[in-house]
Ligand binder design. Structure first.
Ligand SMILES: Cc1cc2nc3c(=O)[nH]c(=O)nc-3n(C[C@H](O)[C@H](O)[C@H](O)COP(=O)(O)OP(=O)(O)OC[C@H]3O[C@@H](n4cnc5c(N)ncnc54)[C@H](O)[C@@H]3O)c2cc1C
Length: 322
């Protein structure tokens, strides 16, 4: 029997793969970003996944999600900024967000990206920026975890090293590891040793076969192996996935290890699988929603479309409605 699914099914999978590649290319193409950001329909559709362009809009969304019982992580959009000037502006905006959370006594995590803090320009300045944000969090009336998102594999080594260094002074610093990378098994081991809290995701970037699993089956198997290691040996892991098979796999491991809802959390993206977000919470599990906001919504929005090209249909419908 051939290993390939037959007929229409194979064609659909193949078309999806090509679409995903095109969307990932467009997510980092400057000309496409320029056009999309000037297109009112694109801004409107992006609002399904993005809480708004300003901090007050985002805080309103955080407050409403907290009232519903969700945990939240706030993310100022932006990555690969142009030089340290732009990075300093981003740091100032993140500091404003931390101050607002403190003032409102809102329990909410913060996610940042190192290339947003200047990593493409200057390693030391980036670490200083990360420390400045961490220092602002110290003394918050409600717990705030600061999490460094994981970007493309060219940044993985730097990210895990910088997080380990800053974590020695700020134990609420956490990061993300991606199940599609071959190296992640070693990174999970190291994070467990150093008691660094990990969010495990599959990975959202186009990576080569030299560094990453290419097939969904292999990525899924890696995800569940790593999830088990994190649940057995890690520090309060977070499982970022919308995939029902991963959710069920994690719940089986949790049961087998005799763990409970206080030992880990699920994380999902704002606007994606809202019914499942609520039903998991109703079943008694902790669910944190990742709430992005800011003017740099374009690459984030395109990666969400690439993850599920079916969402393009939603975009096309809005386009034709005008
Ligand atoms: C909270 C959070 C934080 C993240 N942080 C990072 C990060 O720091 N670095 C990084 O590289 N990646 C990050 N990601 C993205 C992640 O790596 C994946 O690209 C993304 O979550 C898609 O993988 P999946 O596990 O949801 O399942 P997939 O294998 O992509 O999809 C499996 C199933 O899940 C459902 N589903 C998935 N996506 C959608 C969607 N957009 N709309 C509707 N249904 C969908 C569908 O039923 C689909 O068949 C994060 C994801 C989340 C949820």
């Amino acid at each position: 029997m051939s290993g390939l699914p037959s007929g229409l099914n194979w064609k659909t999978t193949h078309v999806e793969k090509i679409l995903r590649k095109i969307l990932l290319y467009l997510s980092s193409a400057g000309w496409a970003r320029y056009l999309a950001m000037r297109l009112p329909v694109a801004r409107r559709v992006a609002r399904r996944f993005v809480a708004g362009e300003t901090l007050p809009e985002a805080i309103e969304v955080v407050q409403s999600l907290r009232r519903e019982g969700f945990l939240v992580s706030l993310d100022l959009l932006g990555e690969n900024v142009d030089g340290l000037g732009e990075a300093e502006k981003a740091v100032e905006e993140v500091l404003e967000a931390v101050r607002a959370l403190k003032e409102l006594e809102l329990e909410c995590n913060i996610s940042v990206k190192l290339t947003q803090l200047g990593l493409d320009a200057d390693y030391d300045a980036t670490e200083r920026h990360l420390r400045t944000i961490a220092e602002e969090i110290v003394g918050s009336p409600r717990p705030i975890r600061l999490r460094v998102d994981m970007e493309g594999s060219e940044y993985t080594e730097t990210t895990v090293n910088m997080v380990a260094s800053v974590h020695r002074d700020y134990d609420f610093l956490a990061t993300v590891l991606q199940a599609y990378l071959f190296r992640t098994v070693d990174d999970v081991y190291r994070a467990n040793q150093e008691k660094i809290a990990i969010r495990l995701c599959k990975g959202a970037y186009a990576e080569s076969p030299q560094v990453a699993f290419q097939e969904k089956k292999a990525v899924d198997e890696s995800y569940l192996r790593l999830a088990e290691d994190l649940l057995a040996n890690g520090s309060y892991p977070a499982f970022a996935t919308h995939d029902e098979a991963m959710i069920q796999g994690i719940l089986e491991i949790v049961e087998r290890l005799g763990l409970g809802p206080e030992d880990f959390e699920f994380q999902m993206l704002f606007g994606i699988r809202q019914d499942r977000q609520r039903s998991l919470m109703d079943e008694g599990w902790r669910v944190r929603l990742y709430v992005p906001y800011g003017r740099s919504w374009y690459p984030y929005f395109m990666r969400r479309l690439a993850e599920r090209p079916a969402n393009l249909q939603f975009f096309a419908t809005a386009l034709f409605k005008g």
